[in-house]
Design a protein around this ligand. Structure first.
Ligand SMILES: [Zn+2]
Length: 250
């Protein structure tokens, strides 16, 4: 049976078909956002969802070219990320510029994510699942997932956390409705990305410094399409992306 490749019951995934007005994608390295959520970004953007993307590190270690300096790769990856976000349909891109591989889910980082949530007010936030054990999970990915979950609840929501942020115009406590985590061991929800998968691949290919080297070559598009097709097996659409979904109470 070919379905053995997927370690969970696909038939149990809840189909998410509501499109939010605003969504935010928070990720560790340039290109993680397109890999984890590019199909959803493109699908929702087509339906007038306002998307913000928050890139937590500069991707300064993302090169296997020994002649490449950290400064050069950071500039290249920033420009690639801007192009990729535009192709996917995101309106806003924020760079937090932490050094690649040195992210800490500390109070400073928490405050940055809280600020982003209060600034852009997304109903849905997409990010790395920090709790994956089925395979290695990059430390920066774990730090982002932890920071985002903490920022959503309770820090962005409660006015007594980071109260100094509220001195800025337009910044208020904000309650995110739900979080969708990619790369999860136990996904429980799926989004139909059939109308977005080609844009996702096109966006991913904007990360030229990665696609031709670290991310696995030009065939990455075919693999991504195949994966999205397998995930959607037994669902009433051709391509999908699975997530661990947490919904805030009340
Ligand atoms: Zn990454």
């Amino acid at each position: 049976m070919t379905t053995n490749a997927i370690p969970y019951e696909r038939s149990q995934l809840e189909i998410i078909d509501a499109v939010p007005e605003r969504a935010m994608v928070v990720f560790a390295h340039p290109d993680d956002g397109e890999l984890g959520a590019g199909g959803v970004i493109a699908t929702w953007a087509e339906q007038s969802c306002e998307i913000s993307m928050v890139v937590c590190t500069s991707g300064s270690s993302g090169s296997n070219d020994t002649a490449m300096t950290s400064e050069s790769i950071v500039m290249i990856r920033r420009s690639e990320q801007l192009k990729a976000s535009e192709v996917a349909g995101a309106q806003h891109v924020e760079f937090l510029d932490h050094p690649d591989g040195e992210l800490e889910a500390d109070r400073a980082f928490l405050g940055e994510i809280v600020w982003m949530i209060r600034k852009y007010r997304p109903e849905v936030v997409l990010c790395h699942d920090p709790h994956r054990f089925n395979g290695f999970n990059h430390r920066d990915h774990r730090m982002v997932g932890t920071g985002v979950l903490d920022a959503i609840y309770p820090y962005a929501r409660d006015h007594l956390h980071f109260p100094e942020q509220m001195e800025h115009e337009g910044i208020e406590p904000y309650k995110v409705r739900e979080v969708l985590m990619w790369g999860s061991d136990s996904p429980n929800a799926i989004v139909d990305t059939s109308s977005g998968v080609e844009k996702q691949i096109e966006a991913l290919h904007q990360h030229k410094s990665q696609v031709e080297g670290l991310s696995g070559g030009p065939a990455v598009g075919e693999r991504l399409r195949e994966r999205a097709r397998v995930v959607a097996t037994n669902y009433p659409f051709e391509y999908g992306q699975a997530y661990r979904r947490l919904v805030a109470r009340g």
